[in-house]
Design a protein around this ligand. Sequence first.
Ligand code: FMN
Length: 357
Amino acid sequence: MPVPEDTLLRIIEYGTLAPSGDNCQPWIFRWDGERLHLVNDEKRDTSLYNVRNTASFIAHGALIENMNIAAAETGYELKAELFPRGDEDPLVAVITLSQAPVKPDRLFPFIDKRCTNRSMYRSDELGHTARKRLMEVPAKAGCGELFLVEDRQGKDILARAASLNDRLLFENRELHDFLFHQIRWSRGEAERTGDGMDIRTLGLYPPERVAFRTLKPWPMVRFMNRLGLSRLLPLRSHLFFRRSAAIGMLQMPGTSPKDFVTGGRVLQRIWLTATSLGLSFQPITGITFLIQRLWLEDGRGLSNGDRKLVEKAAAELNRVIPIDRGRAMIMLFRLGRSGPPKGRSLRRKVVMERTKP
Ligand SMILES: Cc1cc2nc3c(=O)[nH]c(=O)nc-3n(C[C@H](O)[C@H](O)[C@H](O)COP(=O)(O)O)c2cc1C
């Protein structure tokens, strides 16, 4: 018997609490009465970071994992067939839910607590239990490799490499314009769209918020860059990123779309585990996507100057964590203890389209 639609809708709603790049929520749901077709909406994330839709595929993976946990909790077993029409087709997964004994997952209560926290963390240590629980996640999933860097020098190198992204954000117009397109400047605007990034979630102090708004028009950014703006911005993020208990990276053994979706599932379990341990979490992964843009797309969309910076960041990352073009960098992130975030991002209402079986 197919899953009742109200139950399915509730499970999908848990799914959509997943993270996505700039809160794009690149998913479309089609229900054929028996199976759910999860489709990537390529129009939602057109950013240079979304190399071959890989950032969106990670978000789809996180969504599937949330649905998997919520389904088990509700007495359903989730099966997801990935890319049944091939890697080039936007159909990411065909999902079936069949009745099964209730299987509580200790991560379920954290699905709606997980969030991105961009505030300053304390530099307390991660601790043995937290490290062990996080490292267990890919081991239990049977795929993915997690690196956790906790020593001062390693964190400093990674933080500096990751912070170069902030320079590129203000030197590459396409990156800049996409970010500002996704900012929601008031609560009202965030509620109207249900997507994008509410300015309060960026972790800026009030004077920084005012200054940030003046950087929306590109001519202003170009002018400020002549005064050294783009070189100053990474200093702030470097300071924030290195003040973390750990900087981590999840990698997958290949770079196919399936690797990114499966990596997204594992990532979501890592993020939920961090939440369950009281740890704040922020992806700091812009730079890894730009490195993958060099590797997979020959750096299309990047100027020669941008490329040099990205190559430099790749060499720095590689001093601490081994990276290579044959393996997917799913996410670079920082972890630590901190107060709550200044705001929470919203979601669009779930729309379930009907389709033929
Ligand atoms: C693939 C991917 C890449 C992301 N990259 C960044 C990033 O580089 N910096 C950042 O602050 N947040 C990043 N995020 C977090 C999203 O902006 C965040 O998930 C989204 O705004 C929704 O907010 P929430 O995580 O609080 O639910 C990323 C998320 C995903 C899934």
